[in-house]
Write a protein that binds this ligand. Sequence first.
Ligand code: ADP
Length: 159
Amino acid sequence: MNKAVYPGSFDPTTNGHMDIIFRASRIVDKLIVGVLQNPSKTPLFSIDERVNHLKMLTQNINNIEIISFSGLLIDFVQSVNAKVVIRGLRAVTDFEYEFQMALTNRILVPEVETLFISTSTQFLFLSSSVVKEIAMFGGNVEAMVPAQIKEALKDKLDI
Ligand code: ADP
């Protein structure tokens, strides 16, 4: 079985993430979305909230599973028996960091391959940080996130 992990913070999930999820789920047998619990970052949404958002948003995709993880990505990938890591690529600015991470992971575990999926053009400049910044100042994030995330942002930020 061709199993892949799509890891990220998903704080919160954007239309850019959903685009990668939809496309990745069509090319692998099983897609595991790994939601990172990073102790050195203070996320806007808790790990349970981020996992629940993704579960709700992907309920119509039948070959997907949403799991939280902490620690090394490559350890998580091995623990779920996956052989592929999926990452989304936006502008060139993503490239150096992503390339470095892919090569580092290959040194750690050579049999795990990183697969990059390029973003759709309308999501080129979309990131969770941009969404949070706009939402905090009361801007309209409708074109950037699924409707449920827009509501979750409203509740969380009390706007
Ligand atoms: P991380 O902190 O690991 O970068 P993110 O949640 O920001 O976590 O991103 C997870 C993955 O989704 C990364 O591979 C990132 O490049 C990708 N991604 C984020 N936003 C977009 C987008 N607009 N289009 C395509 N890929 C994206």
